[in-house]
Ligand binder design. Structure first.
Ligand SMILES: Nc1ncnc2c1ncn2[C@@H]1O[C@H](COP(=O)(O)OP(=O)(O)OP(=O)(O)O)[C@@H](O)[C@H]1O
Ligand SMILES: [Mg+2]
Length: 396
């Protein structure tokens, strides 16, 4: 999908609004290079007006030889003769005024036609991975971990990541990131059979660190109108354009949560070191076993793991029969970050939480990261029939 590069998040957002659904934004040419390395199916780059003419032209020149299948479009403030001549020499495919949405759309179409001519209509296969963050207990740190994990997975814009707030009654992803969504999953109610990438794109809110968020509805009673089929269609549609989908789940085994778990490739299970939580997490693990949910893809995170309460990580591993993948200590900065709406991984990359979450992101990404954009597809989502079959087996 098209990618736009500009250091100004507002400019990125404006340009993305006139680009096809699923387009991605990054803040620098460095991040663009990382994006291109991970996405061999990329076909067009839009270089935004905050980059200098020189930076934009040099980037075109580099891409002309390094990635000849990718078209470059210069979206500029001033279209001088000098710039046009330099752009032509550098191999830029188009030069347009950055506010001329028609010209941008036409340039993107031409780039796509060229891509299809070079690669064939299917291009290369897109892969995606769905990661659900769950705990049967409230208040243990699910949202904190979801938000920081999703940001870590973006690798500063090199991956396209969507964070879905499926805590449908009391979701607080938006407030934790200081976002003010105008839309949420609520606007998709009733669209089970018509939902597509374009429609869903209109419901997402962009966080300035290249992360897209599908917010929870603002009112708790909306939850009842969100059908399991809608949850499953939303996740499947997001899979079409995102590399990673991180889902912050409600602390319950209701129909929406079970449906999301059916669509999940990896589960991050969050616990704290208190007996009631551990007891409930143990029951959750037994439930996953009984329902055949992500049997070999579960990851345990101990939050507030330094609390002196007489239960050690070893003991937890013994009780749950799982090894601990990450431990996060109690820290005032984490609570303060939630209150400030500024996730620790961005505001304090050296913090212990940031290091633990980056490591967890590395484990979750694994080999998948290096093969993103490649042709093989080890994590192709199960068919809808398969997921349905599993759900109905479960209910028998
Ligand atoms: N390791 C930690 N140290 C200090 N505070 C933490 C830590 N982890 C989470 N918190 C704080 O605890 C509160 C609850 O965390 P969070 O919202 O992530 O939990 P949750 O499991 O999503 O809760 P809910 O079930 O209500 O959705 C937040 O204010 C958060 O900042
Ligand atoms: Mg939460």
């Amino acid at each position: 999908m098209p990618v736009v590069v500009d250091p100004d998040p507002m400019v990125v957002e404006t340009l993305l609004a006139s680009m096809p659904a699923g387009s991605h934004g990054v803040e620098s040419v460095d991040r663009l290079n990382a994006w291109i390395n991970a996405h061999s199916d990329e076909y067009v780059v839009v270089l935004g007006p905050t980059l200098t003419d020189e930076e934009a032209v040099v980037t075109c020149e580099v891409l002309r030889t390094a990635a000849p299948a990718i078209s470059t479009i210069l979206a500029r403030e001033h279209l001088t003769g000098e710039l046009l001549a330099a752009a032509m020499k550098s191999g830029a495919r188009d030069v347009v005024h950055h506010t001329d949405t028609n010209a941008i759309a036409q340039a993107l179409n031409r780039a796509f036609e060229l891509f299809v001519a070079l690669r064939g209509p299917s291009g290369s296969m897109h892969m995606s991975k769905v990661i659900a963050v769950f705990s049967p207990k409230g208040g243990v740190g699910k949202t904190t971990i979801s938000v920081n994990l999703a940001l870590a997975l973006t690798e500063k814009g090199a991956r396209r990541v969507c964070l879905v707030d499926l805590d449908l009654a009391f979701g607080d992803v938006a407030i934790t990131m200081q976002l003010f969504p105008t839309h949420s999953i609520e606007q998709a109610i009733g669209s089970e059979d018509s939902i597509d990438v374009e429609m869903l794109d209109g419901l997402l809110t962009r966080h300035q660190d290249s992360l897209m968020v599908l917010a929870a509805p603002p009112h708790p009673d909306t939850r009842e109108r969100i059908t399991p089929l809608l949850v499953s269609r939303v996740i499947r549609t997001l899979r079409e354009t995102f590399d990673y989908i991180v889902i912050d789940l409600a602390p319950a085994f209701d129909e929406q949560v079970l449906t999301a778990l059916d669509e999940t490739d990896e589960i991050v299970l969050v616990t704290t070191l208190d007996v009631p939580t551990l007891k409930n997490v143990k029951v959750a693990v037994e439930t996953f076993d009984a329902l055949h949910i992500a049997r070999d893809n579960r990851h345990l995170v101990l939050n507030r793991a330094d609390d002196e309460v007489g239960i050690t990580a070893d003991k937890v591993e013994g009780i749950l029969g799982m090894s601990v993948d990450a431990q996060i200590s109690s820290s005032l900065e984490i609570a303060a970050a939630t209150n400030a709406g500024s996730p620790v991984i961005v505001s304090d990359p050296e913090h212990q939480l940031s290091a633990s979450i980056r490591q967890l992101a590395g484990t979750l990404a694994g080999d998948f990261v290096s093969s993103l954009g490649g042709a093989s597809d080890s994590s192709t989502p199960q068919s809808e029939a398969e997921a349905k079959g599993r759900r109905s087996r479960r209910r028998k």
